[in-house]
Design a protein around this ligand. Structure first.
Ligand SMILES: Cc1cc2nc3c(=O)[nH]c(=O)nc-3n(C[C@H](O)[C@H](O)[C@H](O)COP(=O)(O)O)c2cc1C
Length: 189
């Protein structure tokens, strides 16, 4: 692949980086603003700008972790309950340096899938911006997010579609693991 410029390089080497690789270094509010402004530059039909974010840092991460653990305990049937999973749910938040709840705000002005697609575009912008700043992260979509409405103070027309966990990290740059683009395209010339 021809790495012609920094944008293409950032896209190519953006990876999911998980809590095990996060360091304790603080993700600054300034960097978070840069990441969120990048999300806000995503394309959006009729400029509905459906993405909403709740940013957790410091004690906010502890509250998020406790909430995820409580939800897991509450909704998991007794025969499926595993205390290690409950602990892990909490750790995902507390081992991160910041977490961003990703919310779609449905406006009724365009089909719902377009609002979802635009919000996904904003997440990719966020991911690329983080990566370019040396900050790792990934989009997590556990089933528990469907129970976060009250905690996140969501309105009726809003839905949480994941949590973006962030942290500085020391992992090596990795190539994407993908089957060839040739399997996914057809030229008509
Ligand atoms: C919509 C979406 C949901 C995802 N949900 C999860 C998740 O719940 N847990 C997880 O570990 N990774 C999740 N991921 C990250 C993918 O696992 C990751 O992007 C994929 O393995 C490719 O790796 P890469 O991002 O390093 O290229 C999600 C990614 C997307 C786009």
């Amino acid at each position: 692949m021809n790495m012609q410029n920094d944008v293409i390089k950032t896209i190519h080497f953006r990876r999911s980086v998980f809590q095990a690789n996060f360091t304790d270094k603080e993700v600054s509010k300034e960097d978070l603003y840069t990441i969120l402004q990048s999300a806000n530059a995503a394309p959006t039909h009729k400029r509905t700008q459906p993405w909403r974010f709740v940013i957790f840092r410091k004690d906010g991460l502890k509250r998020l972790g406790k909430e995820l653990a409580t939800i897991y305990k509450t909704i998991t049937p007794a025969d499926k309950y595993n205390p290690a999973v409950e602990e892990n749910m909490e750790k995902k938040a507390t081992m991160s340096n910041a977490a961003i709840a990703i919310i779609v705000n449905y406006s009724n002005e365009v089909p719902e899938w377009e609002e979802l697609a635009a919000t996904a575009c904003s997440v990719q912008n966020m991911w690329l911006a983080s990566s370019s700043l040396g900050i790792g992260g990934y989009w997590a979509t556990p089933g528990l997010i469907n129970h976060l409405g009250t905690f996140l103070k969501l309105h009726e027309n809003q839905k949480c579609i994941g949590i973006f966990y962030l942290g500085h990290h020391e992992s090596e740059a990795r190539e994407p693991v993908r089957s060839s683009i040739e399997e996914k395209i057809r030229w008509e010339e």
